[in-house]
Design a protein. Structure first.
Lengths: 155, 473
């Protein structure tokens, strides 16, 4: 499959689980950002990352995964490069970025030149709508850093 | 000393279940049970809701087959309203149900069962999963994810959402189909056809490896139940139910949703929260039967589409009369996927498919209504009672997993008795016992979205209930 997309953004989260919804919120920001600049960016927001997304990843030059993280300080922003995992576990309803990259490699014999995981530390992912005060306060920084990450992919 | 072996949870299923095997003093399997350990409560908490909310509520039962619940529920509501829905709405619903069937069957075959079929029942368990298939059989892996996307994308185009679309409502559907969406679906047909034909070819090439599994995976005489059209072709959305016996003789025909609750009973066993549905005239458990792809193909004379009809003719040569081995559910599932892709193309050529009249409206005209449809894994019936204001006073759901419950339990016992020798276990043996359940593709509670990473725990208990051994993977 030939690549035909500069940047794919895969956001994950559930807006009914508190800070877990931050990925979906940032996906909307990316959609607006890309529309304003007419950038070659495709945004897919899901509650889980599933194997079918491998085909979209295979068509992209770069991919940014957006999610919340529960093992870091609430409101902290982390951006790191991701590589395909060598030993992927047998999950099929929801995959991690490194597993999706491994599946893309195995099925389509290619992976994006660049893959990043962008996370926002969550204070709570319990049932309920709305973000915590910590994550709400971190949104300007999140948008700023996400914009930088996008620019590094499309410019 | 007797022993009880517990497989908990059963992996690569939609939902949470466990299997227990009780061994006698000689180490032979005495009893086997498949336990469904969740309580959902949808029937109870729908009481007091307005009946027209039911389809959207009931769709939440399941993340894999919400469309079947939408259809059965909407039809129950339409029975309460006493309306007939417009032709175009019926065709659009049929298309969405077929799209769901294709994506659900693709999940069952490629994601859940193909690791056993392609990599082997005894292959290394840490590599026996969809990733292992993708690494060793990338072309089939691409076909699998392609068919999932095909079905999901059609559902999304019609209903705006891939999961739990709210488009199917009492009286029809909320929006007609646009020419742009029709053309987009038509463009996807050739690739989907090629993918399912590749899967069928590959499956036929490997079935010779599974003689023991074909012989002992729920391979017994039983009745079969499924929807059928008046011309004896396969049907998933409308038509009426036919029940045949193990030799293919018609036991009951023309079973409408309303009649279903009169002729079918529900039994309860202490080891499972899932009910056991049976044909009342024969009593319980003699009146139990099988539903789903194997049953549907055993019942029909035609698939009504050319490529699937050719495959059906070969399928019917597998045995003399109805196909009895549940291993062949896999084969039947593939043929139904082929039919689904072909039929969607046929529906899109209907000259009225873009018609704007897609919904009938009415209030409460009856105080009870029932609706039925074929979910990917078998027949599904919703039955509701309302008061004069349309508030739900009672609901009863009979789902495919309940209709197959007795057969799954019989199948586990049959396989365990053959594969477990002298109380000796191996991963391959346990995997085969789980794989019996996978042939039925039961949907225990997929809305939890929580399977796949759980450890498999096997416990050996002595007759006093004390744990004597434990194996994890």
């Amino acid at each position: 499959m030939a690549e035909h997309l500069k940047c794919l953004v895969l956001a994950c989260g559930n807006p009914l689980r508190g800070d877990d919804g931050v990925g979906i919120l940032l996906a909307r920001f990316v959609e607006e950002w890309a529309a304003e600049r007419r950038s070659d960016v495709k945004v897919i927001a899901r509650m889980q990352w599933t194997p079918e997304l491998a085909e979209d990843i295979a068509a992209a030059e770069s991919v940014i995964f957006i999610d919340c993280a529960i093992d870091v300080a609430a409101g902290s922003i982390h951006v790191r490069e991701v590589e395909s995992g060598a030993d992927a576990p047998p999950a099929t309803h929801h995959l991690q970025p490194y597993e999706l990259l491994a599946m893309t490699r195995d099925l389509f014999n290619r992976t994006p030149k660049r893959a990043m995981l962008f996370t926002v530390g969550a204070a709570s992912v319990e049932m309920g709508e709305g973000l915590s005060a910590e994550v709400e306060a971190a949104l300007p920084e999140a948008r700023f850093k996400l914009e930088k990450a996008l620019e590094s992919c499309v410019d | 000393m007797t022993k009880t072996i517990t497989i908990d949870p059963v992996t690569r299923l939609e939902g949470h279940g466990k299997i227990t095997l009780e061994l006698d003093k000689r180490g032979e399997v005495k009893t086997a049970h498949f336990h469904v350990t969740q309580v959902r409560g949808f029937e109870k908490f729908s009481e007091g809701r307005l009946f027209y909310e039911m389809p959207a509520l009931m769709a939440r039962i399941c993340g894999i087959c919400p469309v079947s619940h939408l259809i059965a529920s909407a039809k129950a509501c339409e029975a309460i309203m006493a309306v007939e829905i417009p032709h175009t709405a019926a065709q659009l619903r049929r298309m969405m149900n077929l799209a769901q069937m294709v994506q659900s069957h693709a999940l069952s075959f490629f994601y859940l069962s193909s690791p056993d079929l392609l990599l082997g029942m005894d292959s290394e368990p840490t590599a026996r999963h969809i990733f292992g298939v993708a690494a060793s059989y990338p072309e089939l892996g691409r076909a699998g994810i392609g068919l999932r996307r095909f079905g999901q994308h059609i559902i999304e185009l019609l209903g705006e959402k891939r999961i739990h679309p709210g488009w199917i409502v009492p009286g029809g559907v909320t929006e007609p189909l646009s020419a742009e969406k029709r053309d987009e679906i038509l463009k996807m047909i050739p690739e989907a056809l090629a993918a399912v034909q590749l899967a069928i070819k590959s499956y036929k090439e490997i079935t010779y490896r599974f003689e023991d599994e074909i012989a002992h995976f729920a391979n017994f005489p039983s009745m079969f139940l499924g929807l059928i059209n008046e011309d004896e072709s396969v049907e998933f959305t409308d038509g009426a139910l036919r029940l045949i016996d193990a030799n293919g003789n018609v036991v009951a025909d023309g079973i409408t949703a309303k009649k279903f609750t009169e002729v079918m009973g529900e039994a309860v066993e202490p080891y499972s929260y899932t009910k056991f549905v049976y044909y009342k005239a024969f009593g319980y458990p003699e009146g139990c039967f099988r539903v789903g792809p194997l049953a549907r193909l055993n019942i029909v004379k035609s698939m009504s589409t050319p490529l699937a009809d050719a495959e059906l003719r070969q399928f019917k040569q597998l045995e003399n009369g109805p196909v009895r081995s549940s291993f062949h559910y896999h084969h039947a599932r593939l043929i139904e996927m082929l039919h689904g892709v072909e039929k969607i193309e046929m529906i899109l050529s209907d000259p009225l498919i873009l018609d704007k009249h897609v919904r009938a409206t009415a209030g409460v005209n009856r105080l009870e209504g029932a609706g039925q449809a074929e979910a990917p894994r078998g027949t599904l019936v919703h039955n509701y009672k309302v008061d004069e204001n349309g508030k739900m006073t009672w609901a009863n759901l009979m789902v495919a997993t309940g209709l197959n419950n007795n057969a799954m339990n019989q199948g586990v016992l049959q396989a365990a008795r053959f594969f477990v020798k002298d109380g000796k276990l191996s991963d391959g043996i346990l995997n085969r016992i789980e794989a019996v359940i996978r042939t039925f593709d039961p949907c225990l509670s997929c809305s939890t979205h929580a399977f796949g990473k759980m450890p498999l725990l096997i416990e050996l208990m002595d007759e006093d209930g004390l744990k004597v051994d434990e194996v994890r993977r």
